[in-house]
Design a protein around this ligand. Structure first.
Ligand code: DAH
Length: 351
């Protein structure tokens, strides 16, 4: 036992007592730090003779190495303890069953829209998209429904409280019919070019699906709902073609030839003659009932003129149907509001 052993022992005890890396560094400073006990002893060597320096210096070095070894051992032990604690805190129970992520799916009305687009595309129809905030002119006037005309009250329109630069009034479109004139205007160059080149007149054959709005809310009406407009204009497109196209569409949509259609006389300002289209299933839970699915008619010459086209050359039909209604009929849903409540218990059935 020499006078250095107690210092080494004291260091070992201080290190063992250190319970964190920070404590340990503080303890270390007391021994091998700038003013530590070993460091002080080293400084004392200066006063010794060469011989004494040798033996004393060697002894201090042995003690210093012992302290450093103890320090390194304690550092490692603390690091391992920390890791252990962390692993424990983040323990995973690998035997727990996994939480599966439910696959998403398309909304039933979206499925219907896609179905409608596919069927009409197969009949050569283009698919167009247009604004939901629409000008008064496109929504009504261009469709032969001038301001103050009583037919405007057929639709409970949301008016938008802004007025455009040219004094234009806007509304949330109450139907997709404004797309008739918009689409014709978008493609007007094609018609002009054909006339110039003496080519046969290009036809307009388009559907325009989208959101529409009316002040209306109950089990079968929603303030936001969907429509799909259809328009086929050409040199010789008749009411007969409307019947063929719409009958084909319905039979394909419902995957049934066992389906009757009825064109019931009606009134719309933008068509003459006009008809509501009803369908009747011959079997299934809805068998025998006539169900209204669309409005339709021969496009009014005034509307063709507003498209920038000659009503003497362009005739044809238009229709506007309700994809929400078609979805209800296809899947047997009896309350329209289910479509817009976002309840996954309802929606996941269509996945
Ligand atoms: N826009 C009409 C409505 O919302 C539906 C309609 C009827 C559209 C006749 C048409 C049509 O294109 O020819 O009630």
């Amino acid at each position: 036992m020499n006078d250095l052993d107690p210092i080494v022992d004291a260091a070992r005890q201080a290190f063992a007592a250190a319970s964190s890396p920070a404590d340990l560094e503080n303890a270390k400073a007391q021994f091998t730090g700038k003013a530590g006990r070993i460091t002080e002893l080293m400084k004392g060597l200066a006063a010794l003779s060469v011989e004494e320096k040798k033996s004393r210096g060697a002894a201090i070095n042995v003690a210093k190495q012992a302290i450093e070894a103890a320090l390194a051992a304690r550092r490692q032990a603390l690091a391992e303890a920390e890791l252990e604690q962390q692993l424990h805190a983040e323990a995973l129970d690998v035997t727990l069953p996994g939480r599966a992520r439910e696959p998403g799916g398309l909304h039933p009305v979206t499925l219907t829209m896609e179905r409608i687009e596919l069927i009409f595309a197969s009949m050569g129809f283009d698919v167009a998209d247009g604004p939901e905030i629409e000008s008064d002119w496109h929504s009504f006037t261009s469709l032969n429904n001038p301001p103050n005309h009583p037919a405007r009250s057929m639709q409970d329109t949301f008016y938008v409280d802004i007025q455009g630069e040219d004094g234009i009034h806007y509304n949330l479109r109450p139907h997709t019919s404004p797309m008739q004139v918009r689409y014709a205007h978008q493609h007007i160059k094609k018609f002009a070019d054909a006339v110039k080149a003496g080519q046969p007149l290009p036809e307009i054959r388009v559907i325009a699906p989208g959101r529409t709005y009316r002040v209306d809310s109950d089990a079968t009406h929603s303030p936001m709902f969907h429509q799909c407009e259809g328009l086929w204009l050409g040199e010789n497109v008749s009411f007969k073609d409307l019947k063929v196209v719409f009958t084909d569409f319905c039979r394909t949509f419902f995957e049934s030839d066992d389906l009757a259609l009825r064109f019931r006389p009606s009134f719309f300002p933008f068509t003459e003659p006009s008809a509501e289209i009803d369908i009747q299933f011959q079997s299934g839970p809805l068998a025998g009932k006539w169900l209204e699915v669309a409005g339709s008619g021969q496009v009014h010459p005034a509307v063709v003129r507003n498209m920038g086209l000659d009503p003497e050359k362009y005739i044809g039909f238009a229709f506007g149907m309700g994809p929400d209604r078609l979805t209800m009929l296809r899947y047997g849903v009896n309350d329209l509001r289910l479509f817009f409540e976002g309840d996954v218990r309802f929606l996941r059935q269509f996945r």
